[in-house]
Design a protein around this ligand. Structure first.
Ligand SMILES: [Ca+2]
Ligand SMILES: [Ca+2]
Ligand SMILES: [Ca+2]
Length: 544
């Protein structure tokens, strides 16, 4: 570690007030040397042994969050005003940030940043708006996008299922599935139509792999599967709006179906993408991306060493980080969430070639008066909802007010190391990290600090092959609507103009030079306070 955070602590930039918790961290970290320059190798394979030591820079998006002209998704119907025939939930997604009609403009931004790769998703609802009816115009659009990327030298990392569905997969107007599964409503995961949805997702993956395998070698099946299941089936703030988290026996069948869908997509891609687009010897490298978080035991809004709370932090980490990955690697399922799988599903085994980690926050979790009953038996501090499990931020400047959590960049280091230890043969990439803010310097700080933390994990031996910033542009943040601003480029939703933030400038300099310089690290990096968000922040990082 280095002295620059110490200089900041001492007040080179004026007196900086820091918390006792952060001061303790800094006291352990301060040394005498300026931070060294970090040099990055070239982009390499996501999965092959030859890719070890390689590194790629990228940006990530998802179709529903950016694309206009997208009325066939469940999200469109879910958020469309009631007066227009929708369900009126949350903020209307509408034309998002016109990422479909402005795709060339956005690819030019990726190119101008000098990024190696762009992670984006293909909208299933656009390809198959009515069950078994394929929209060739939509396929042609994505093909043109992939050809443009090839001409620009930008490697695609394509996600097939990122939080959205055609309405016919699970019509949120009839989430109770009153008349059983039909071609217009397969009734969602975990129900009587679950197996049919798994089959449909496999068929969709096969189609996309056949059509685009000559241009794509890197595929992601599902995105943040546990978060998706929790929001869509556990809490119900995503379509189809089911609320079963208080009854795990009702919730877990949806998770089980989603593992099966992942495995079906993996196998369909492997069978149907037989063309090695980049000539490295692999036609299809298929993985998935997991949401990860830095969970800490808490009680009464304070750090806790109570063994019950320590165990609760271990349980939520297991459920959120490992349960799904273990299932897809080992072909097993831990349906009672006790850490020991009791179901055998050999057809799921070995269906992960690479694993993406997506990191945003640090949070407390308590076993005290658990809101989520056994077998989970815990209360997390999540989404700014505080019933005593939320912890004071390591520093209040880490608070991300529009998301109601603590954006502690350093936390990704230990999470990477934990994954490298549990899955020693699985190549890792950071497929999302970012921060909701309109303050460009905060975004630049997030970029540099996540890269620094990732580099510490790599230096300790973790096989991490890239970093994708979330997101390229401001976009539709699901149930949070358009309030959180995650873009390297800000978007004015009246003109849809894109404007580079300081985060884009700094990330572009790093990517183009393949170097994170001492000067950049001194200006943006380290473990001290961040540039404060001008919006209200509070000690517990709950929502204002
Ligand atoms: Ca291919
Ligand atoms: Ca290849
Ligand atoms: Ca079990």
């Amino acid at each position: 570690m280095s002295i620059y955070v110490c200089r900041r602590e001492m007040g080179d930039d004026g007196p900086v007030k820091i918390s006792a918790a952060l001061a303790a961290l800094l006291a352990a970290a301060c040394g005498d040397d300026p931070p060294s320059t970090i040099e990055y190798g070239a982009m390499g394979s996501l999965t092959r042994p030859s890719g070890q030591g390689s590194f790629r820079f990228g940006a990530a998006t998802a179709a529903t969050q950016i694309e206009d002209m997208n009325p066939a998704t469940d999200w469109y119907l879910w958020t469309q005003p009631v007066s227009e025939g929708g369900l009126g939930k949350g903020t209307f997604v509408g034309d998002a940030v016109k990422g479909y009609s402005k795709v060339d403009e956005d690819l030019a931004l990726v190119q101008s940043l000098g990024l190696d790769s762009y992670r984006f998703s293909i909208e299933w609802a656009r390809i198959e708006p009515v069950k078994d009816q394929i929209d060739e115009a939509a396929l042609a659009h994505y093909r043109t996008q992939l050809e443009t990327m090839k001409s620009m030298g930008i490697k695609p990392l394509v996600t097939l299922h990122h939080f959205s569905n055609p309405v016919w997969v699970m019509d949120p107007r009839d989430s109770a599935c009153t008349s059983g599964p039909s071609a217009t409503n397969l009734c969602g995961f975990g129900g009587p139509g679950g197996a049919m949805i798994v089959e449909e997702m496999g068929a969709h993956a096969a189609l996309i792999a056949q059509r685009f395998g000559d241009l794509v070698d890197e595929w992601g099946t599902v995105n943040e599967p546990f978060i998706y299941m929790l929001a869509a089936y556990g809490i119900g703030n995503f379509p189809p709006g089911k609320n079963t988290i208080l009854n795990l026996p009702a919730f877990l069948p949806a998770v089980r179906d989603y593992v099966a869908a992942h495995a079906a997509m993996y196998k369909a891609i492997k069978a149907n993408d037989t063309i090695d687009a980049d000539g490295d010897g692999n036609a299809a490298d298929v993985g998935l991306s997991m949401s990860v978080a830095s969970w800490h035991p808490s009680r009464g809004n304070m750090p806790s060493t109570n063994p019950d709370d320590v165990a609760a932090a271990e349980r939520i980490t297991y459920i959120m980080h490992y349960l799904f990955v273990d299932a897809a690697l080992n072909g097993t399922f831990d349906g009672d969430v006790d850490g020991v799988p009791e179901e055998q599903h050999p057809e799921w085994a070995n269906t992960i070639d690479w694993l993406g980690l997506q990191y945003y926050f640090r949070a407390g979790v308590s076993a005290d008066r658990p809101l989520i009953p056994a077998p989970a038996s815990l209360t997390p501090c999540i989404g700014g909802f505080d019933v005593g499990s939320c912890l004071p931020a390591l520093d209040p400047t880490y608070c991300v007010p529009t998301m109601g959590y603590e954006g502690w960049s350093d936390g990704i280091e230990q999470i990477i190391l934990d994954h490298a230890k549990r899955y020693p043969n699985l190549p890792l990439s950071v497929t999302e990290a970012g921060i909701a803010t309109s303050t460009g310097k905060r975004r630049a700080e997030n970029v540099v600090r996540v890269l620094e933390a990732t580099e510490r994990a790599r230096a300790a031996g973790a096989d991490v092959r890239g970093y994708y910033h979330w997101s390229l542009t401001d976009n539709f943040e699901w149930a949070e609507g358009y309030v959180p601003k995650f873009g390297l480029y800000a978007v004015d939703r009246s003109t849809f103009a894109r404007t580079a933030s300081e985060g884009a400038t700094v990330f572009g300099e790093i990517a183009k030079s393949r170097t994170l310089t001492t000067a950049q690290r001194e200006t943006y990096g380290g473990s001290g306070p961040m540039t404060p968000d001008p919006q209200f922040t509070n000690e517990f990082c709950t929502k204002p």
